[in-house]
Design a protein around this ligand. Structure first.
Ligand code: NDP
Length: 317
C-alpha cells in the first residue's frame, strides 16, 4: 500500500531541504525522498558565499538544513526515485524502496556530473577516474592528479587537491577560467598546480588503475601524455530527467521548465534548484527557490481545499 502525503519533495540538496523546512512549518505532511543528503553542495569542501557563514563545510551546512527540516516534522526516505506519474489528482512516486502518493510534488533532485566521453573514462571509474574531489581526494595523498574543467567546481577541486596531492595538473579547454576570479587567484598561488590550458583530454590509459592521460593542445594541435594516478572530471552537470520525462515539460537541456512561482506545466507539480531552467546554480539561490516552491505548493493545496487565506504573504499578489 502506498503511503500518502500532502507534499513529496524529490531531492535532498539545498532546494529540497529548504522546501522541506518551509512546507513542514506550514504543517504539511511532507516527505523528502533523496538518494543522499546535501546533493552537490554537500561535496563542497568549503562554502564561503552562503550568507551568514564566512566559511562552512558544504556537508555541515546541509546537515544544518536537514536538522531544521526534521525539527519541524519533515520525513525522510533515502531511496532513488525511479518514476513519477500523475494519477487523477495524486502524484505517484515509485522509488527503489516503495511507492508514495502525494497531492503536491516538488522536483528538486539537481544534476549529475557530465561525462568527458573519452576512452578509458568508464573503464577506470573508481580506479583513478573520479567526479568528486571532496569524496575521493583523500585517496590521492602525495600522488599526481589532473583536474579537467575551468568552472567554479573545478577551481574548488584544484584548491582542495593541491593540499593533498603531490602535483595537480589543470587541463582546461580554454585559455581562461569561467569560475570566480578570487578562486583563480588562489590556484595560481599554489606551487604544485600546473596549468595545461587550451587543451583537451583525448583519452585515459592504465592497467588496473589509471596511469596517464593523453592531451591535445587545441591551438598548436600538439599531443602529449601526462603520467598520473588520478583524473578528476569537473566539467559541469546534466539533469537526469528519466524519472520525470513523461510527467513535465523540459527544455532542450532536460531542465524542468518553471515559472516565477516555481510552477511547472502540471498543476500541483513545482520545481526548484539546479534541476530547473533557472540561471545561476548557487546554494543560496537553490535554497530560496526551494522556499518559494514550498510556499507555492502550500498555496496550491489551500486552493484544493478551498481555504485560501488572504493574510498569507504571497496572497497579496
Ligand atoms: P560550469 O558549467 O560553471 O563549468 C564547466 C567547465 O567545464 C567550464 O570550464 C567548461 O568549459 C568545461 N567543460 C564543459 N564541458 C566540457 C567538455 N566536454 N570538455 C572539457 N571541458 C568542458 O560547471 P561547474 O560544475 O564548475 O559549476 C556549475 C555551477 O555551480 C556554476 O554556476 C558555478 O558557479 C556553481 N558553483 C558554485 C560554487 C560556489 O559558489 N562556491 C562551487 C561550485 C560550483 P567552457 O567554459 O569552455 O564551456
Amino acid at each position: 500500500m502506498a503511503e500518502n502525503y500532502d507534499l513529496i519533495i524529490i531531492g535532498g540538496g539545498p532546494a529540497g531541504l529548504a522546501a522541506g523546512i518551509y512546507a513542514s512549518r506550514r504543517k504539511l505532511k511532507t516527505l523528502i525522498v533523496a538518494k543522499n543528503i546535501g546533493g552537490q553542495a554537500g561535496y563542497a569542501s568549503q562554502v564561503e558565499n552562503y550568507p551568514g557563514y564566512e566559511s562552512i563545510g558544504g556537508f555541515e551546512l546541509m546537515q544544518k538544513f536537514q536538522k531544521q527540516a526534521e525539527k519541524f516534522g519533515c520525513g525522510f526516505k533515502y531511496e532513488e526515485v525511479l518514476e513519477v506519474k500523475k494519477e487523477k489528482d495524486l502524484f505517484v512516486s515509485k522509488t527503489s524502496g516503495g511507492e508514495y502518493k502525494s497531492l503536491a510534488l516538488i522536483l528538486a533532485f539537481g544534476m549529475t556530473p557530465r561525462n568527458l566521453d573519452v576512452s578509458g573514462e568508464k573503464e577506470f571509474l573508481g580506479k583513478g577516474v573520479a567526479y568528486c574531489a571532496t569524496c575521493d581526494g583523500p585517496l590521492f595523498k602525495n600522488k599526481i592528479v589532473a583536474v579537467v574543467g575551468g568552472g567554479n567546481a573545478a577551481l574548488e577541486s584544484i584548491l582542495y587537491l593541491s593540499k593533498i596531492a603531490k602535483k595537480v595538473y589543470v587541463v582546461h579547454r580554454r585559455g581562461e577560467f569561467t569560475g570566480e576570479a578570487v578562486l583563480v587567484d588562489k590556484i595560481k598561488n599554489e606551487k604544485n598546480v600546473e596549468l595545461v590550458l587550451d587543451s583537451v583530454v583525448t583519452g585515459i590509459k592504465g592497467n588496473k588503475f589509471v596511469k596517464s592521460i593523453g592531451v591535445e593542445n587545441t591551438k598548436s594541435k600538439e599531443k602529449s601524455e601526462i603520467l598520473l594516478d588520478g583524473v578528476f572530471i569537473e566539467i559541469g552537470h546534466v539533469v537526469n530527467a528519466e524519472p520525470i520525462k513523461k510527467l513535465v515539460k523540459l527544455d532542450e537541456n532536460n531542465a524542468v521548465i518553471i515559472d516565477s512561482d516555481c510552477q511547472t506545466n502540471v498543476p500541483g507539480c513545482f520545481g526548484a534548484g539546479d534541476v530547473t531552467n533557472i540561471k545561476f546554480k548557487q546554494i543560496v539561490i537553490s535554497a530560496g527557490e526551494g522556499a518559494k516552491a514550498a510556499l507555492s505548493a502550500y498555496k496550491y493545496l489551500q486552493r484544493l481545499q478551498n481555504k485560501e487565506n488572504p493574510l498569507f504573504d504571497w496572497g497579496k499578489k
